[in-house]
Design a protein around this ligand. Structure first.
Ligand code: ATP
Length: 519
């Protein structure tokens, strides 16, 4: 199939808001794909690449070469070229990568060049997600959508489901089961602002788990065939939320899995580290630790898996079992000190108490779980509902960057600052989230009226506006002058009844982090 077919579909999908129309466009393309390439076609249609990383950044794609006059690029050719680009390593690799990229772009028409650039940068804005492509696969091959979704989550990708359905139709989809050693898409959580809204979604009684702020890890163990590891030792593999294999990075978790009393299982959980006083180490440090295979760095911060679910034990798939059955299987497999703190509650009041206690001991919040729900891999629905404390601060808006795309002409990305002890405004982060069109219009006029200076991208203001900002927390920053950066900031509302004297203190914002406040 020509890449052009995908580019055209992507453009057409972006141009219609109707999900049904999008599905029809995608299904037409999927029907035309050869069975050997349908996995790539499905991947590209969802706006992603088969290669997790290509090593190509913005700079290499800033200027595009002259386009080809005619579309000749085949989807499979594009993939093969990207594979070579991604595989480049060692001395001179960046020059070789750029040369191969230029070759690829020279073979592309102008529309294809734009599409390839967006694809490589992960920036295809067409409104087609993996979920929509699954919908289109079901339509194209006339099979139930639920079966496509199930196959995609069990085989770990929509591309694998596409390959199966193109090769063997419904029967091939049905034949896909959980394979220990092959990661399953993790179940995700919806969000609620407080525990009572969460239990309203989940129903009562509900499981209320502590929400641990670490790295999601799926642990697979199965009897070894002696090909890797010590002779006769079981195989263990660890996968992240995006299904990357990080077994080598977390030897303690591998050891922990080997110490459990079964030789075949799949566990889901969160990897964190605890301080000597039992409080959790901040997420940033866990993320840094998980990103390295450096044994010395690893030894400095031992981590452990805290399991919260089990998908398979000793030949028995548990995905379709209700949570309370999986919870029993989990308790039989994993000792309590290696499972997340959990309580079954029967009232909203009790859920609120468990939430307050969880936050009090340093957990990120809670995840409220429906007692009879199966493991909905790859889905974000109300069977799991996360609740985090919402921290709000009144911060100064000291500048704003011009928006682009739909926000062209509006000042959009806000520069946010708190006050230090001397009354100076110290920048802590930026946000363009939470702004309605009416707020964008209002703030653009207000900020321009207060303009003190500007650069090409940013208008700085004096005096600042004051906005109520919600954040999930703070983290240590080397970028911002106060050494503190906001996490997931969003605007709740403007406080034009407040002035800079009402802006919250840097120390109060920083106190959200056990590390930054020095304790
Ligand atoms: N007890 C728990 N049960 C389920 N998930 C948990 C639990 N403790 C921590 N988590 C983490 O919370 C996440 C659930 O939220 P969600 O599915 O929305 O993921 P997310 O987008 O990464 O969210 P967040 O940034 O809030 O962690 C899981 O991916 C997991 O990493």
């Amino acid at each position: 199939m020509l890449l052009l077919a995908i580019v055209r579909a992507s453009t057409a999908v972006a141009a219609t808001p109707s999900r049904l129309a999008k599905r029809a466009i995608l299904a037409d393309v999927l029907r035309l794909a050869e069975p050997e390439e349908i996995d790539l076609v499905a991947t590209y249609l969802a706006g992603s690449l088969r290669q997790r990383r290509t090593g190509v950044g913005w700079a290499s794609l800033a200027a595009l070469p002259d386009p080809a006059p005619q579309p000749t690029l085949e989807v499979r050719d594009v993939d093969a070229r990207l594979e070579r680009i991604a595989a480049e390593s060692g001395a001179g690799s960046s020059a070789r990568r750029d040369a191969a990229l230029t070759d690829l772009l020279e073979a592309a028409t102008s529309a294809e060049q734009q599409y390839l650039r967006a694809l490589v940068l992960g920036d295809v804005r067409q409104g087609a997600s993996a979920s929509l492509v699954q919908d289109a696969l079901a339509a194209a091959f006339e099979v139930p959508l639920a079966l496509v979704r199930r196959a995609a989550m069990l085989a770990g990708s929509t591309a694998s489901a596409a390959r199966a359905v193109a090769a063997g139709g419904q029967a091939a989809l049905e034949a896909i089961g959980l394979t220990v050693g092959v990661p399953v898409e993790p179940m995700l959580a919806a969000a609620a602002p407080n525990p009572s809204d969460a239990v309203a979604k989940s129903g009562l009684p509900a499981f209320v788990d502590a929400k641990l702020d670490g790295i999601r890890v799926q642990v697979h163990r199965w009897p070894g065939d002696g090909t890797t590891g010590a002779a006769g030792a079981d195989e263990v593999r660890l996968f992240t939320r995006s299904l990357d294999d990080i077994t080598d990075r977390l030897p303690e978790v591998v050891a922990q899995a080997r110490a459990l009393p079964e030789s075949t299982f799949v566990l889901d959980g969160e990897v964190i580290a605890l301080r000597p006083d039992g409080r959790p180490v901040p997420f940033q440090l866990i993320a840094a630790r998980t990103a390295t295979t450096d044994a010395e760095a690893a030894a400095g911060l031992p981590v452990a898996l805290f399991a919260f679910d089990v998908l398979h034990v000793a030949g028995r798939d548990l995905l379709d079992e209700p949570l309370h059955v999986r919870a029993e299987a989990l308790a039989a497999l994993v000792p309590p000190e290696l499972t997340v703190p959990r309580e079954v509650v029967t009232t909203a009041e009790r859920a609120a108490e468990v939430f307050a206690r969880a936050v009090g001991v340093g957990w990120e919040g809670v995840v409220v779980k429906r007692r009879d729900a199966p493991y909905a891999a790859g889905r974000r629905d109300s069977a799991w509902v996360k609740v985090k404390p919402r921290h709000t601060f009144d911060l100064a808006v000291v500048g704003a960057e011009w928006g682009y795309g739909r926000r062209t002409g509006w000042l959009s990305n806000l520069h946010l600052a708190a006050r230090d002890g001397a009354g100076n405004l110290v920048m802590l982060g930026k946000t363009f989230k939470g702004l309605t069109d009416a707020m964008l219009t209002w703030q653009t006029a207000e900020l321009l009226a207060r303009e003190s200076r500007r650069t090409a991208s940013t208008v700085f203001v004096d005096p600042p506006l004051v906005a109520e900002i919600a954040i999930d927390g703070v983290q240590v920053s080397t970028r911002y002058p106060g050494g503190v950066a906001l996490r997931f900031a969003r605007v709740l509302r403007y406080r034009d009844d407040k002035t800079v004297a009402d802006v919250d203190l840097l120390a109060d914002v920083a106190a959200l982090s056990p590390v930054i406040d020095g304790s």
